[in-house]
Design a protein around this ligand. Structure first.
Ligand code: OAD
Length: 273
């Protein structure tokens, strides 16, 4: 489902249709945010795994399934784990790639892309920052700042040479770098590693400059990304959280509780009519 809205300002909107999938409490909460969101010159949005949940991609803190049910994602997305046992970590990522490769953006991704493009025509800036590595925001048409890298890219664990060519996701054998023979690994930021500098600086700037910061589908447990909401708050931003199970974060001013795929299309439909 894509957001239901009329493309021409003033055409009106069938409000019941726009809100049809949205919980009642969320409908009221959305209405309270519309004027603030319309007035904001700059908005910063941070997304996490919850926005891709309705595309069929498990979140990080969901219990893992199948072969990996006895592992915790945090223990695998980890530089120390790769150094100790590269085969297991590589196999987990190959499995995740198989899991994600046929997944498509859901209405939340599409609605954000639509809002971002529309905002540009209204002189409003929306910076979209993601912790996700699935690239579904780009597939939906958004411009996005990636804090945690890309699932589909590889790099050498020693010389950091990046590899763009496809690998066979069904093959769990470790690959070696052609230049230095180091093990090839996903080009993803792991626990214990720093974020890409340019992307992090862009995210910090967006958080500092925004009037409204919206955190979507993230447990806000993993820093430094989770600190962006605090940074925005320190610089005077109003903080909104959209989450199926809200986090109780002390910096949040307003919560829209529910599924991203229901809340965001309803919100955007109201905003861009
Ligand atoms: P988490 O798995 O920690 O949190 C997912 C959040 O999404 C939870 O707060 C859920 O309540 C919420 N959620 C689930 N389904 C939802 C839905 N349909 N609509 C809205 N919200 C929903 O994922 P992240 O916060 O993204 O890092 O995790 C942060 C980082 O930790 C990841 O980028 C990854 C991970 O380890 C690395 O790999 C470095």
């Amino acid at each position: 489902m894509s957001p239901t809205h009329s493309s021409t300002k003033g055409d009106g909107i069938d409000e019941n249709t726009a809100f049809s999938d949205c919980p009642d409490a969320a409908v009221q909460a959305i209405k309270l945010q519309l004027s603030r969101l319309r007035a904001a010159k700059s908005i910063c949005i941070l997304t996490g795994a919850g926005i891709s949940a309705e595309s069929g991609i498990p979140t990080f803190r969901d219990k893992q399934t199948g072969l990996w049910e006895n592992y915790r994602a945090e223990e695998l997305a980890n530089i120390a784990a790769f150094e100790r046992d590269p085969k297991t970590v590589w196999s987990w990522y190959q499995w995740r790639r198989q899991l994600v490769q046929d997944k498509l953006p859901n209405p939340a991704h599409y609605a954000l892309a639509q809002w971002q493009a529309w905002a540009g025509t209204q002189g409003q800036n929306i910076d979209l920052v993601t912790q996700n590595v699935d690239d579904l925001h780009e597939t939906a048409g958004s411009e996005v700042i990636h804090l945690h890298g890309h699932l589909w890219q590889n790099k050498c664990s020693q010389c950091e040479l990046t590899f763009e060519e496809d690998v066979d996701y069904a093959n769990n054998e470790l690959l070696r770098c052609e230049a230095c023979a180091g093990y090839v690994r996903p080009n993803i930021v792991w626990f214990g590693e720093g974020l890409p500098q340019k992307e992090w600086q862009a995210a910090e700037l967006a958080a500092k400059n925004c009037a409204v910061f919206i955190s979507i589908g993230t447990s806000s447990l993993v820093y430094p990304a989770a600190g962006l909401a605090q940074l925005a708050k320190q610089h005077g931003a109003y903080i909104i959280e959209i989450n199926l199970n809200p986090t109780q974060s002390a910096v949040v001013d307003s919560v829209l509780a529910g599924k991203a795929g229901e809340i965001i299309p309803a919100l955007v439909a109201q905003l861009i009519t």
